[in-house]
Design a protein around this ligand. Sequence first.
Ligand code: SF4
Length: 349
Amino acid sequence: MQEGCDKFCAFCVVPYTRGAEISRPLPRILAEAEALVAQGVREITLLGQNVNAWHGGEGGLGALIRHLARIEGLERIRYTTSHPNDMDDGLIAAHAEEDKLMPFLHLPVQSGSDRILKAMNRKHRAEDYLRLVERLRAARPDLALSSDFIVGFPGETEADFEATLDLVRAVGFAQAYSFKYSPRPGTPAAEREPLPEEVMDDRLRRLQALLTEQEQAARAAMLGQVVPVLFEKPGRLPGQMGGAKPAQHGCPCDRPGVLPRSDSPRADHQPRLPFAGRRTRPLGEHFRGFDNNAAQALPAVRIPAAIYPDSLSDREKTSECIAKACLSKGTGRTNRVRIRHPAGAGEGV
Ligand code: SF4
């Protein structure tokens, strides 16, 4: 529902490859969402390179979420990827007030050093990010946070990297994506002197050790809780279903008799979204191998052609790809699942 970026971070090609920010208009998004929900979709993820910069209607993304939340039958709303500078009051209030907005937020920060954030042209400081996290958690205390990190950005010193570790310790992330800096041709940062590979390797290892510790702690905190899980695809192992908890951590479940189960071998498991954008697939393809009659009997999901008039430009058609539309199991209901250690595995949750 949003595409492109006006921010021009020094390391990123998106503003050059995707162009300026454009937003799909509110009525078109609502019409598509209503059509999807009428066909059995229970969860919608709003997608955009800068999704919270969406300006296709009055009140921004917070208002759009409130409109979507009024759609009967829609159980879950998510959005990604957001920029800290576009987290406005309305969107933070939506996290506090809209139960259908899941308590998970991917909010990239990239670095904890103000010097590096400036060199990256991120237009926010580490302190701004920390204050924003405080406001978000005040609004939604159970909010799980995820982020992106680049280590070894040109010019990053050990002190800059330590500032990133400090920020990670201060926030406590439920999950994160971290990478060594790699130059993208045509971006300002690509002209700068890179750091030695071994320095980047060492910093990435240290950062990932800390992030892994935090992720494991977040998962361990779920043990014994009963949470609603939306099952949407075969699990990784035979007999499992894969689903998502509100805070997004994957939730394999292996209780045949309670949930749909698959006996198909792992090679036959190709978890994919039921559909994205204009592509449509009959559900049978996604539930191939399931022995749950109800799941097999679900109708094919198709996006009505009327939503994609031929008059749309190719770019608009691309940006129509809003939907991560997750179908629940055959009963069409979210299941409540107690989180436990997988039997015998002794690792993860
Ligand atoms: S990193 Fe994100 S905010 Fe920065 S230029 Fe790329 S898409 Fe835009």
